[in-house]
Ligand binder design. Structure first.
Ligand code: GFB
Length: 314
């Protein structure tokens, strides 16, 4: 990509899309734009077509369009499957029609089978059934992977797909009902602290393990992939370690300085027991993450406080 390349970020209202757009604009990519900021309706095929004709993108980053935590996935499967299938089909097909030079498609670790050997290698995709709580979303994301591969195979286009660990960081969704676990727990622990509550309810058993990647590390990986990776085979982007939800809750409680009890609500779903990516291929591209989990949580917490304009002394 050159500084004057026409770059489009789809999903610039997601944590990673927002950060990537900001990063590119700051780095002097003067023609980088986001479809959300533009006001584009991704679900409308003719609007997407018109947008591509007008902007004439050379590079497209197709980030998360509609994603969310375990409960949102379980409660709104129709929204997740419709929005993702429709929007990604419109974008991928328009990219092909408009001769986009390279497209980056962001899939999800929930595409791997629910019962999968760990760490999960790229080869294990579609070797078993996906987790039920996010089946609709996973099927939409799998369709996206296969669409990228089909276009690459039939038309010889340079489209790539990355599967990330759970991305988190400033700009993420802090709503405890719809967000992912880190932001949901930051809010829950903070609220408990300021309200003087003596316990925080954490969903599930605390036993599932998850791998998390800080947003800046992830966008750095996106740029490396856009520059160095040209294969329609998926590639995992993880940090090389995971934690249990119980360990995660303990770290967040420490960062937030909540001194009460952590109580696990076993009536809430656990989801898959482990999602730990094998990221050996990323290592071969000389990419390494820099932000440790506790540091990333601290940065995210600081953002949350500034966002809420919270005065700790009140
Ligand atoms: O991050 P999360 O919602 O998504 O939940 P998944 C991870 C784990 O944290 C689950 C537990 O075992 C949750 O039960 N957890 C504990 C909580 N307390 C909370 C809480 O307050 N909020 C939330 N959200 N979780 C999603 C998929 O799965 O991950 C998506 O549903 C996508 O499709 C995404 O793949 C990466 O890792 O379970």
């Amino acid at each position: 990509m050159n500084k004057d390349s026409h770059i489009v970020i789809v999903g610039d209202n997601s944590v990673e899309g927002k950060a990537l757009l900001g990063h590119l604009q700051q780095a002097g990519f003067s023609e980088a734009i986001g479809t959300y900021a533009w006001g584009l309706n991704l679900l409308n095929q003719s609007s997407v077509k018109e947008f591509f004709n007008k902007v004439n993108p050379e590079y497209v980053f197709l980030m998360h369009i509609k994603s969310g935590g375990i409960l949102a996935n379980k409660s709104y499967p129709a929204d997740f499957i419709y929005s993702n299938l429709q929007a990604q089909s419109n974008i991928i097909h328009s990219a092909y029609k408009n001769k986009v030079k390279k497209l980056f498609y962001l899939a999800s670790s929930c595409c791997y089978p629910a019962e999968c050997a760990q760490p999960m290698k790229e080869d294990y995709l579609l070797s078993g059934k996906v987790e039920r709580t996010n089946e609709a979303y996973a099927i939409a994301k799998l369709a996206g992977i296969k669409m990228v591969q089909a276009y690459a195979k039939q038309y010889g286009v340079d489209y790539i797909t990355a599967i990330p660990a759970t991305i988190y960081g400033p700009g993420d969704n802090f709503n405890p009902e719809s967000g992912h676990v880190i932001t949901a727990l930051i809010k829950k622990f903070y609220d408990a602290k300021v309200n003087g509550a003596d316990e925080v309810i954490v969903w599930g058993t605390g036993l599932p393990r998850r791998e998390f990647i800080y947003v800046d590390d992830f966008i750095n990986a996106c740029c490396v992939l856009m520059e160095k990776y040209s294969s329609s085979e998926i590639i995992n982007v993880g940090v090389g370690y995971d934690v249990s939800i119980k360990e995660l809750a303990t770290i967040i409680a420490q960062v937030v300085d909540f001194k009460g009890k952590i109580v696990f609500d076993h009536t809430k779903p656990d989801g898959v027991m482990q999602k730990f990516l094998d990221s050996e291929q990323m290592k071969k591209l000389n990419w390494v993450p820099h932000v440790a989990l506790s540091q990333g949580i601290e940065l995210t917490y600081n953002f949350y406080k500034s966002l809420s304009n919270i005065n700790e002394n009140k």
